[in-house]
Design a protein around this ligand. Structure first.
Ligand code: SAM
Length: 363
């Protein structure tokens, strides 16, 4: 049977006009790698909000954010989440951003729809808007839910790239980034904000570097000013935007037209060690790189003896290089490849060097 590639029929790098549910239902099934969604918050603002000097706060009171009831919002959420899930490839994933007004409702709808929640990430705003009435805490964060299409899906997670972004420290689930303002904030002809909820590019940069690869297709069903599209273009990803308001589509189109894609070399990110070929420690023994009976040491002189089956033995305890390291350190886990060293010509050399030699032969 001749197979067709659903992605070949995608309207890549365009902004589709209209309702996102209808538009998503018209796109080919299993064709998108990642969905980033910033849906209506359903803020339910009653009356206007004023600052202490009586000036009006520019809050989100737009018609696209109005729903008659929680039930109406839930129905809408369930419908767009179902349409989005149909579009995702089996190993695809979704990010949904929201505030306390909607994110809990979205969370349960995601699980009910069959998505598998991987993390919730708190975006802590380094420069939040103050609470003008002084009656509640300053609302200083939004929550993003990251979920795979289903349990067990092999979603993309560029662990090493995120770690590099964070200066070599594992990326945590709380991200401190400023809200979108200054030169990045798009303005209309009157100098007013072009959109009330434009997200910062830094947020999308981290999302896309962490959970997509160059060439992946990223769809944003609530495109607004096109932050997702702008960052996707810079990072060499393909995007599809859906937005029902013409004014926002125009702003987004003009914005994205000005964006320049980073060059190919700049788009390379640190590869995950997990994607490198697996080399069992036993192979070093089988190949004679380490001899049974040879002593391995750690940097503080703790030692274990190599056995013929690729395990280590020390003080009546034996196990893998990782298990013996963890036992000696009284730690829950240990990376034996970096923990253990062998001695050669008076030098102490990490065993990982031997693994790298084998990997080099495999390439
Ligand atoms: C929270 S804003 C997204 C802002 C965007 N992330 C940005 O950085 O500019 C939600 C957007 O979804 C659009 N929208 C709301 N309901 C929609 C629907 N059913 N179909 C398509 N777009 C919709 C609104 O017009 C609004 O621009």
């Amino acid at each position: 049977m001749k197979r067709t590639n659903p992605a070949a029929f995608l309207p890549l790098n365009t902004i589709l006009a209209g309702d996102c549910i209808e538009q998503m239902n018209a796109l080919p099934e299993a064709s998108v790698d990642l969905i980033f969604a910033d849906p209506p918050y359903n803020l339910q603002l009653k009356g206007q909000l004023h600052r202490p000097d009586n000036s009006e706060v520019d809050a989100v009171d737009d018609h696209w954010d109005q729903f008659d009831s929680f039930a109406a919002y839930d129905k809408f959420t369930r419908e767009w989440l179902a349409a989005a899930r149909r579009l995702l490839k089996p190993n695809g994933a979704i990010w949904v951003i929201g505030s306390y007004h909607n994110i809990f409702r979205v969370g349960s709808a995601l699980q009910d729809a069959g998505y598998w929640i991987l993390n919730d990430v708190v975006w802590r705003k380094s420069n939040p808007m103050p609470n003008f009435r002084g009656k509640r805490f300053t609302n200083a964060h939004e929550t993003m839910i990251w979920a795979s299409k289903s349990e067990g899906a092999k979603y993309t997670f560029n662990y090493e790239a995120l770690k590099s972004l964070n200066e070599g420290v594992q990326m945590r689930s709380d991200w401190v980034l400023p809200i979108c303002n200054g030169g990045e904030r798009l303005k209309d002809a009157n100098g007013d904000k072009a959109h009330p909820t434009q997200k910062p590019q830094s947020l999308l940069h981290r999302v896309l570097v962490g959970s997509t690869n160059p060439g992946d297709v990223v769809l944003d069903p609530f495109f607004g000013t096109g932050t997702t599209g702008a960052v996707a273009k810079m990072l060499g990803r393909e995007f599809i935007g859906i937005e029902r308001e013409e004014a926002y589509r125009k702003v987004a189109e003009a914005r994205i037209a000005k964006v320049r894609k980073f060059d190919k070399e700049a788009l390379q990110v640190s590869a995950s060690k997990r994607s490198e070929p697996r080399v069992p420690f036993g192979q070093l023994v089988e190949r004679g790189m380490l001899r049974p009976g040879e002593m391995l040491v750690n940097t503080r002189g703790k030692a274990a003896r190599v056995r013929a089956d690729g395990t280590l033995a020390t003080d009546g305890f034996n196990g893998s290089i990782h298990q013996v390291g963890a036992h000696l350190e009284n730690a829950p886990s240990c990376n034996g490849w970096t923990y253990w060293h062998f001695k050669k010509d008076g030098q102490t050399i990490p065993i990982d060097l031997l693994r790298q030699q084998i990997r080099a032969e495999m390439n």
